[in-house]
Ligand binder design. Structure first.
Ligand code: GRF
Length: 202
C-alpha cells in the first residue's frame, strides 16, 4: 500500500476528488495525510470527516521559508510518503525542499502550461484572446510551474466567459484529470524521475 500525502492551502476540492477516486477505484494506496499551511483551510474539515489524518504547519508562524519547510518536511515524513500531491498549495518551494522529494512530488496548475505559469491564469487566458484554456499536472521542480508535464485537459473559452465561469469549467476538469494522472503514476504508467529528457514522462 503506497502512502499519498496531499498538501492544501484552502478549499481542497482537488484533494476531495482524489480521496473519492482512491476510494471508489480501490487504489493500491491510501491518503496517509492531508497537510495545510493554513489552519482555516476548508479542505481540512472534509479530510477529517473522511477519517484522514490532518495536520497544519502554519507558514506565517515561521521567520523564513527554510524554517517553515523544515517543519513541513518533518511533518510530511512522519507519514512515509511515496507521493506528495500539491493540490492548491499556495507556497513557493525552495530547491532544497523539492530535491528532498525528487521523483515523488506533483502539482496541478490551472492553465495549459507552458502558457500562464503563476497566478490569475484564467484572467490571463481571457485577456490574451485564447480560444482554449485548461489545466496541467506536472512534476514539481525548483522552477515554479515549469516541471515536466504528466497530463493536460483542454477547455474551450466561450464568448461570454468571465473569469469565474472559466475557472469553474476548468476546475471541473481538474477533478477528472488529477485523479486520472495519480492513478497512472500508481500503475507505473508515468515516470516521475527527472533523468535525461528521453527518460522523462511527458
Ligand atoms: C486549483 O485551481 C488548482 O489548479 C490550483 O489551485 C486551485 C485549488 O483549488 N493550483 P482546490 O483547493 O483544489 O479547490
Amino acid at each position: 500500500m503506497k502512502n499519498i500525502v496531499i498538501l492544501i492551502s484552502g478549499r481542497g476540492s482537488n484533494m476531495q476528488s482524489i480521496v473519492a477516486a482512491a476510494k471508489t477505484q480501490k487504489w493500491p494506496a491510501q491518503i496517509a495525510a492531508v497537510i495545510s499551511n493554513r489552519a482555516d483551510a476548508e479542505g481540512l474539515i472534509f479530510a477529517a470527516e473522511q477519517g484522514i489524518p490532518t495536520s497544519v504547519v502554519v507558514s506565517k508562524n515561521y521567520l523564513s521559508r527554510e524554517k517553515f519547510e523544515a517543519a513541513l518536511q518533518e511533518k510530511i515524513d512522519q507519514f512515509s510518503p511515496d507521493l506528495i500531491v500539491l493540490a492548491g498549495f499556495m507556497r513557493i518551494l525552495t530547491a532544497r525542499f523539492v530535491q528532498h522529494y525528487a521523483s515523488r512530488i506533483v502539482n496541478i496548475h490551472p492553465s495549459l502550461l507552458p502558457r500562464f505559469p503563476g497566478l490569475h491564469t484564467h484572467r490571463q487566458a481571457l485577456e490574451s484572446g485564447e480560444s482554449e484554456h485548461g489545466a496541467t499536472v506536472h512534476i514539481v521542480t525548483a522552477e515554479l510551474d515549469h516541471g515536466p508535464i504528466l497530463g493536460q485537459v483542454r477547455v474551450p473559452i466561450l464568448p461570454n466567459d468571465t473569469e469565474a465561469s472559466l475557472a469553474n469549467r476548468v476546475l471541473n476538469q481538474e477533478h477528472v484529470l488529477y485523479p486520472h494522472v495519480i492513478r497512472q503514476i500508481l500503475q507505473g504508467e508515468l515516470n516521475l524521475s527527472l533523468g535525461a529528457p528521453s527518460e522523462r514522462a511527458s
